[in-house]
Design a protein around this ligand. Structure first.
Ligand code: NAI
Ligand SMILES: O=C1[C@H](O)[C@H](O)[C@@H](O)[C@H](O)[C@H]1O
Length: 340
């Protein structure tokens, strides 16, 4: 049975997801699209050769698009309304990060999904599907390094534009580490702190860059995560878990080693789109397969989206205060207590 998708937001990632649904994955088809820029939606249909109808907005698409599921790849502030509309219509929802821009709005989504009575929502935290992070999690779960004690992470972009603001280092960029790192060690965050090292000359006047975020978990693990979005040299994601008996490190991106012009080295990526390209495929294929097999998506839930939002809120507060800020989560509902 082919899953009929409606896509809300036909920009960069929307195009990527439509392309993978149509050309790479099994069991899905894009039959409806919408964008606040209607020309962008029409162009997407033409460029991808879709047999899809363009709708004026998400609600009309849900009402008339004859879809089984929606993919939300609009701007973050628009996600909440589309997620709630999808749940109200009883449709499955794949929502790109963030689930919503505030913890309060994530709770509204949690309440709506629980009221509906079964899980409909998967959040696009694709690093959980990356083979490197999966290998890290397996090593930790198998006690290969003993108990994890510390994590050192780095999220580096070659450069960002003037529209990139200090808080986006948390809400847009670190949000990936916020989700994947507590999943990695199966622990909750307790408190966070942000410090600003010496600023790079390549950062806009208004932007603190780099930033170092320290996260403390309930079991006492200390995570230091560097966000450096004008590092110039490449798009570089690092993660090292230090345990009682050893260390496990996220594998480097595969590249040929070269010897040329009296140099020896490897190529680094410059574009985030390539770094987790397989994980994007796997997360969406899992969304399709899990729904067809169990009637529910199997990936990161609305509750994971809530955890990320609460933690991000604390980090943004810590950017201002310079001190430790608590991460205070509500009790996890049984509705979301499934093995992931
Ligand atoms: N998982 C990941 O690694 C990544 C996730 N993202 C997330 O994906 C989402 C989209 O990001 P990009 O594609 O880079 O942005 P983009 O700006 O390229 O595309 C967003 C599109 O959504 C449209 N849009 C905005 N509000 C809308 C609304 N209310 N209804 C319908 N369309 C609307 C815009 O017109 C635009 O065409 C963001 O939430 C972003 O955080 C983006 C990059 C990577
Ligand atoms: O979600 C993303 C991308 O996946 C990159 O990892 C980040 O660097 C970027 O800021 C954000 O849009």
């Amino acid at each position: 049975m082919t899953m009929k998708f409606g896509v809300i937001g036909t920009g960069a990632l929307g195009m990527d997801h439509m392309r993978r649904i149509q050309q790479t994955l099994n069991g899905g088809e894009v039959v409806a699209v919408t964008d606040i820029n209607p020309e962008a939606a029409k162009q997407a249909v033409a460029d991808l050769g879709l047999n899809a109808k363009v709708f004026p907005d998400d609600r009309t698409l849900l009402a008339e698009g004859n879809v089984d599921a929606i993919v939300i790849t609009s701007w973050g502030p628009a996600h909440k309304a589309s997620v709630l509309a999808g749940i109200e219509a009883g449709k499955y929802v794949f929502c790109e990060k963030p689930l919503a821009t505030t913890a309060e709005d994530c709770l509204r989504i949690v309440e709506a999904e629980m009221k509906h009575g079964k899980r409909l929502v998967q959040v696009g935290f694709m690093r959980r599907y990356d083979s490197g992070y999966i290998k890290l999690k397996e090593a930790i779960e198998n006690k290969f390094i003993g108990e994890p004690l510390m994590i050192r992470a780095a999220h580096r972009n070659p450069e960002v534009g003037d529209s990139y603001l200090t808080n986006m280092a948390i809400t847009d960029t670190l949000i990936h580490e916020i989700d994947v790192l507590h999943w990695l060690v199966n622990d909750d965050y307790k408190a966070v702190q942000v410090v600003y090292p010496k600023k790079t000359k390549y950062a806009s006047d208004h932007l603190h860059d780099p930033q170092i975020i320290t996260l403390k978990t309930e079991s006492g693990i200390i995570i230091t995560a560097e966000v450096f979005v004008n590092c110039k040299y490449g798009y570089d994601i690092q993660c090292e878990v230090i345990g009682e008996e050893g260390i496990v490190t996220l594998p480097e991106v595969q590249s040929v080693t070269f010897r040329k012009d009296a140099k020896y080295g490897v190529n680094l990526l410059m574009d985030w789109k390539q770094r987790f390209i397989e994980a994007y495929d796997v997360e969406l294929q899992d969304f399709i397969d899990s729904i067809q097999k169990t009637g529910e998506p199997g990936g990161p839930t609305s509750w994971d989206g809530y955890i990320a939002a609460v933690t991000a809120d604390a980090c943004v507060k810590a950017q201002e205060s310079g001190g430790w800020e608590p991460v205070t989560l509500k009790e996890k509902p049984d509705f979301y207590r499934t093995n992931q």
